[in-house]
Ligand binder design. Structure first.
Ligand code: ATP
Ligand code: MG
Length: 582
């Protein structure tokens, strides 16, 4: 699909209408100084749209975030706009610089660029505080001194209205004094809270005087001990959007009930001359749910901390660092996001859809190589002991311009154990005594028997080859065989470690109902094997990707590989084997 013929969706319809009516082109600067993006508007800058991806730096990004990143950055790209990367770092206790760095790396890896538009909510704390003061002065906010339990009890329920706090009628002067003293550090955590004054009887609980500032004597990873009061997310987020001149603030559906507060707050701040108008518009879309995967930060942290996986970048985890180590590609994610689109209703996507998107891209970009994953010796009895010769294999069957590479051939080969049986089942066309097969890119051979150890295990297979049957020579056509197997010259191949990954969970909905999701972990999600690889793979560099013929797509592990000693991770099999497994 070309860039210009993207399928439309409800978000694009909203943007199209806003562009047609000139809604944001007519946006006016409030005249107040503000952060960089705000100053740009003051300086007369116009862009068609401004979106943002606003992660909280309290965990690593996962596949769900990839959907949001592709959506926000993709819209900005398609509409001649800008997408900001903004850290929503208003919650000091759970956030960390480690996460900030990892998030920057992951968004960049996905192929997106925010130019100069990298922002931190924490750098707006002074504006947020001043705006809160303005709300207090205008009678739109008050300091509540009820205990947390009292506040909860007075909040009401879905069917009953809330009860006004006895502190709701405090004077503006008293509110302002208390709020400033909260900031000055005079009070302990939880003793006072600043609330918006809206409507304790609203049918939308989120409008029953929501908390907007709380006391937290906590050190922030960016602002240190400069603040002991912190804005609530629902207060901070609309202000961040407004200060950055966001046009379309796209978020997941769970924020739908917060939209009335988002709009209320920005309307009040617009009246007070604090922000540019018209303010940004919040638009919700359905989050990504993937079968066989958990996408909750809390659960991912638990898997890492309890060591069910090897770390944040374990290739089985649905984190973007894990996906990268697994060999998934940014293009595969972008194609996936495009394919699933955006909707307003929650749904589940099968993980095999993402795997297929990865496979399609890998098919395009991965050179072919040969690996014997379960090696068994094959002895060519009529081949001279010390001879060797070179066969040729194409680097990509559909891309002749990628050329061919030499594959050494000699008397002792490695083949897959499963490519030989003593007594063939019906329809088995590979090696068994008396049968002929083609050694792919090499010769036709005829099997003569096998050797066994004292326990009856097969330890080697014997055959004779036909010297005039080599692939690519005129004689090759004289041999008609049904089986075609891959092989490596034992003298030239090298041993390596390969990790085969399977789904981390063995059920589609881990932790469904009352189950503990940890109980649904797949005990066979990782298998480490020792394999034989063709010589051309010896020099493979970290993150190089290949198709091992007949086995799937593999990537050089960037953590455990050493020069001349690559370790491979299987990214995905050649076909979706899981769906047919049960
Ligand atoms: P939490 O807020 O509980 O820490 P979160 O997953 O919402 O977790 P954020 O850092 O707030 O994490 O998310 C950043 C952005 O990614 C938000 O705009 C959020 O809506 C979006 N996002 C998160 N999870 C998904 C998902 N599964 N599908 C699509 N978008 C998502
Ligand atoms: Mg969130």
């Amino acid at each position: 699909m070309s860039e210009t013929e993207k399928p439309s969706n409800f978000i694009r319809h909203i943007i199209d209408a806003d562009l047609a009516s000139g809604k944001y082109a007519a946006r006016r600067w409030s005249g107040r100084p503000g952060p960089a993006a705000q100053q740009k508007l003051g300086a007369g800058e116009t862009v068609n749209i401004r979106t943002r991806f606003p992660p909280e730096p309290n965990g690593y990004l996962h596949f769900g975030h990839a959907k949001s990143i592709c959506l926000n950055f993709g819209l900005a790209r398609d509409y001649g706009g800008v997408c900001h990367l903004r850290f929503d770092d208003t919650n000091p206790e759970k956030e960390d610089q480690e996460y900030v760095d990892a998030i920057i790396g992951a968004v960049r890896w996905l192929g997106f660029d925010w130019g100069d538009d990298l922002y931190y909510a924490s750098s707006y704390f002074q504006w947020m505080f001043e705006f809160a003061e303005k709300l207090v002065e205008a009678g739109h906010a008050y300091v509540d001194s009820q205990s947390a339990e009292e506040m909860r009890a007075n909040r009401g329920t879905l069917t009953e209205p809330g009860k006004p706090s006895p502190f709701r009628t405090r004077s503006i002067a008293e509110n302002l004094d208390l709020f400033r003293r909260m900031k000055a550090g005079e009070f302990a955590d939880g003793t006072h809270i600043l609330r918006a004054k809206i409507d304790m009887a609203s049918p939308n609980i989120n409008l029953r005087d929501p908390a907007i500032y709380r006391i937290r004597h906590a050190t922030h990873h960016a602002t240190g001990d400069a603040w002991c009061i912190y804005p609530m997310y629902t207060f901070a987020h609309p202000i961040e959007d407004a200060l950055e001149n966001i046009t379309h603030s796209i978020c997941t559906l769970e924020f739908e009930d917060q939209r009335p507060f988002y709009d209320w707050l920005l309307a009040r701040l617009a009246e007070l001359g604090c922000i540019n108008t018209p303010p940004p518009q919040q638009i919700e879309f359905a989050r990504l749910n993937l079968s066989y995967v958990v996408l909750s930060k809390r659960k991912l942290i638990q898997l890492v901390e309890e060591k069910h996986v090897g770390g944040w970048d374990d290739p089985r985890l649905p984190t973007l660092v894990g996906a990268r180590r697994r060999g998934y590609t940014p293009e595969g994610f972008r194609n996936f996001a495009e394919m699933i689109g955006v909707t307003k209703s929650d749904s589940w996507i099968d993980i095999s859809v993402l795997e297929e998107c990865q496979r399609q891209h890998l098919n395009e970009v991965a050179p072919r190589r040969i690996a014997v994953l379960d090696p068994l010796k094959l002895l060519i009895d009529n081949y001279p002991d010390d001879s060797e010769e070179l066969c040729e294999a194409p680097n990509h069957p559909q891309k002749p311009d990628w050329g061919k590479r030499p594959i050494p051939f000699s008397k002792e080969l490695w083949i897959e154990r499963e490519d030989f049986v003593e007594t063939p089942p019906k329809g088995y066309f590979r090696l068994f005594p008396g049968n002929r097969v083609r050694l792919r890119y090499g010769f036709v051979i005829e099997c003569t028997g096998c050797d066994k150890d004292a326990n009856g295990n097969i330890i080697a297979v014997h055959c004779n080859y036909f010297p005039d049957s080599r692939s690519g020579t005129p004689g090759a056509d004289n041999y008609k065989v049904k089986g075609n197997i891959h092989w490596l010259s034992a003298r030239h191949a090298f041993a390596a470690e390969v990790r085969l990954y399977d789904r981390l969970f063995s059920v589609a909905a881990p932790g469904a109902g009352e189950r503990d999701f940890v109980a649904d972990l797949n005990p066979e999600s990782l298998t480490v094997i020792h394999v034989q690889l063709e010589p051309a793979l010896m020099e493979a560099a970290a993150e190089d990707r290949f198709q091992f013929e007949r086995h799937g797509y593999f990537v050089v592990d960037h953590g455990d590989s050493r020069p001349g000693a690559p370790v491979f991770n299987r990214t995905v099999t050649l076909k979706d084997s899981w769906t047919n497994r049960k």
